[in-house]
Design a protein around this ligand. Structure first.
Ligand code: BV8
Length: 231
């Protein structure tokens, strides 16, 4: 049985990582368009650096929760038959033990060099304008996919979606594309679909099954069922 799991900010909420849209539309006190677009970075790089430096520091202090752990357990059993596609830029899936994780919106812990294109681990706040480890230029930006930018690994994700038997969305509001359309891609290819979310999302009506509750409760329960069915 091949499974694709799409996760969003809601899976990290109980780890203390704030979601985007539960805070009344303000994101850490910022409007999304003021911090998560190339235009915002062009216009006011310091504000964007401060925003991502703060989120990086917070995410380093966060711990994976039982939902991340359950998906890592599922991968131990399913191996390559499970793919986690995350919209999140934290590394909580990896720290919980997941190895097959696609960060379609990038990675808070990686910097992208606007001079040479190298992607390197971040060791200091980017507001300090550190030199790129590869080319030495001081033109690093967060390696995060902003609105209007092309998400990563779209072909690999589409291949997994059309080949999977089960598609599960966890902790996402279904507000952002192309991720919000993945349930339709999977369903059109014959997969059964389930949404595990705290509350109804914009895409709830598109799922075969919906379970509402905190991720730390509904995700381990779902994983136990999947593993029991598998025998
Ligand atoms: C692109 C990285 C071209 C930055 C992010 C149609 C109309 C208008 C615009 C568009 C359109 N189609 C496409 C677009 C453009 C745009 C878009 O979708 N805009 C939206 C606003 C309509 N999309 C893009 O620009 C994308 N690029 O389209 O390129 C293209 C075109 C076609 C095909 C390919 C390419 C790039 C989008 C990426 C933007 N970057 N993040 C960063 O992180 O700093 S998006 C940002 O919001 C997050 O990364 C996250 O991925 C995303 C969605 O947020 P969620 O993860 O869902 O979190 P949210 O807070 O919204 O919801 C939390 C959910 O969890 C809630 O449902 C809540 O109930 C639940 N929850 C809370 N607590 C818990 C819980 N669940 C369980 N347990 C809990 N405890």
């Amino acid at each position: 049985m091949r499974i694709v799991v799409l996760t969003g900010a809601g899976i990290s909420a109980e780890s203390g990582v704030p979601t985007f849209r539960d805070a009344g539309g303000l994101w850490e006190g910022h409007r999304v368009e003021d911090v998560a677009t190339p235009e915002a970075f062009e216009r006011d790089p310091d504000t964007v650096h401060r925003f991502y430096d703060a989120r990086r520091q917070a995410s380093v202090l966060a711990e994976p929760n039982a939902a991340h752990g359950a998906l890592a357990r599922l991968e131990q059993e399913l191996g390559d038959d499970l793919l986690v596609v995350t919209q999140n830029v934290d590394d909580l899936h990896e720290r919980a033990g997941s190895r097959r994780v696609v960060h379609m919106h990038g990675d808070l812990l990686t910097a992208l060099c606007n001079a040479c294109g190298a992607r390197t681990p971040i060791t200091v706040d980017l507001i300090e304008r550190p030199p790129c480890p590869e080319c030495g230029e001081r033109m690093l930006r967060p390696d995060v996919v902003w609105f209007g930018e092309m998400p990563y690994e779209l072909d690999a994700i589409d291949e997994a979606l059309v080949a999977c038997d089960v598609f599960a969305a966890i902790g996402t509001s279904g507000a952002v594309y192309p991720a919000a359309g993945y349930v339709m891609t999977a369903a059109a290819a014959g997969a059964s679909t389930i949404e595990l979310n705290l509350a109804a999302s914009e895409i709830t009506p598109l799922f075969d099954e919906v379970r509402h509750g905190p991720a730390t409760v509904v995700v381990p329960a779902w994983v136990d069922e999947v593993l029991a069915e598998r025998g």
